[in-house]
Ligand binder design. Structure first.
Ligand SMILES: [Zn+2]
Length: 393
């Protein structure tokens, strides 16, 4: 039987060519850990992970080392370009089922975008929307629809469990989303995007950040991929990428990203690559962190707005937000990571900082945990003085 010709909505190609593949617009900075508390028993909410970017001053200007969206997701980008080139008649090349269903999911989402946006905005614009409500609406009307299994799971410990508040009445699956190990970093993931049942190794996670309003945050993190001085030395095409996220939330997200990737590597050692994403999403913006547990590479994407805004009112989703998230959620298919060789020189050094407990990170991490037992971080001297002492002479 002849393959059905595949034709995709033109908005997908427009988003790809005019935004996602534009030089220096969608970047992933290469990070290294400077210090962290990964050897202690701490929940993600108390995880500390100080970091810095890798910098290069080859041209006499300090520039942060970064890798572009199209380099990381090279396979996905070239596939979409081939489909675009096939034109109106459609694309008829042989394609595996997972890739095909991923393409259909994206196309369906774009075609029904207005409906999904209406649901998202109904909840995001509510004054009393809780973190749980926001997690559910992002799961139900955005991330879940683009993910391989078309499902999502919300942290079962969330407060105020109820159905999606957009009015669709969907009741989400609340599950145990704990990952990590009580002896080291551990905690619960807001949103888990499972894989196909037959394709278990393509899960993703998302962290929901409710307050990410730039004006409201007093403590801000600013990270310029392009420094001010560089603007004067080159053409004006240079884009300054700034990120603003409360430091604590950011360190927490980094810890989750590292633990989740190490866990995936342990549970699915045969994966072609171990560059695993964590989507940090708020009602306004999104940013993706990636950790390659095999090569120890930690990347942070620049933050970008999810919605087209008019007079600070959200109007609709940017098409590039949709294509970007879809590519990330289907990372196993679309990220072939052919540039790893270059990146191998830019290690995050996390294993060095976790050295005392590296064995736990490598072999003992757990998933779907409902409860983590408390672990003493340091020996309780008072306890030993009362119970067992050896007198020195
Ligand atoms: Zn809904």
């Amino acid at each position: 039987m002849r393959n059905m010709a595949l034709v995709l909505d033109k908005r997908i190609f427009h988003a790809l060519n005019n935004y996602l593949c534009e030089e220096k617009k969608f970047l992933f900075g290469v990070l290294k850990v400077k210090s962290c508390n990964a050897t202690l028993s701490v929940p993600f909410s108390k995880a500390e992970c100080k970091y810095d970017g890798y910098w290069d001053d080859t041209y006499g200007i300090s520039e942060m080392c970064a890798i572009s969206f199209q380099t990381i997701f090279d396979k996905g980008v070239s596939l979409l370009k081939m489909i675009e080139n096939a034109g109106e008649d459609g694309w008829t090349d042989e394609i595996d089922d997972h890739t095909k269903s991923a393409l259909i999911r994206l196309n369906e989402y774009i075609e029904n975008k207005d409906r999904h946006v209406k649901s998202l905005l109904t909840v995001l614009n509510m004054d009393d929307a809780s973190e749980t409500d926001i997690s559910v609406v992002f799961g139900e009307h955005l991330l879940g629809l683009l993910a391989p299994s078309k499902t999502y799971r919300v942290d079962g410990r969330s407060k105020g469990k109820q159905c999606c508040r957009c009015g669709c009445d969907a009741f989400p699956a609340f599950n145990n989303t704990g990952i990590g190990h009580e002896e080291v970093w551990h905690g619960y993931i807001d949103l888990v995007l499972p894989s196909y049942p037959s394709y278990e190794d393509m899960q993703s996670i998302a962290k929901i950040v409710v307050q990410m309003d730039e004006e409201k945050q007093s403590k801000k993190r600013k990270l310029d991929f392009d420094g001010e001085e560089k603007k004067t030395s080159r053409e004006k095409s240079i884009v300054t990428v700034k990120q603003v996220l409360p430091e604590k939330e950011y360190e927490q997200a980094l810890a989750q990203t590292i633990v989740f990737s190490l866990l995936q590597k342990k549970e699915h050692p045969a994966l072609k690559h171990h560059m695993i994403p964590n989507i940090v999403i708020s009602p306004k913006e999104v940013e993706v962190l990636l950790y390659d547990a095999e090569n120890d590479i930690l990347l942070c994407g620049n933050r970008f707005r999810l919605f087209v805004e008019k007079n600070s009112e959200r109007v609709t989703l940017f098409d590039y937000s949709i294509v970007f998230l879809w590519m990330v959620l289907n990372y196993k298919i679309f990220c072939s990571f052919s540039k790893t060789e270059t990146l191998k020189r830019y290690k995050s050094n996390f294993p060095i900082f976790a050295a005392g407990k590296w064995e736990v990170y490598e072999n003992n991490l757990k998933s779907n945990v409902a409860h983590f037992n408390a672990v003493e971080n340091s020996p309780n001297v008072q306890f030993f003085l009362q119970t067992s002492v050896k007198l020195l002479k």
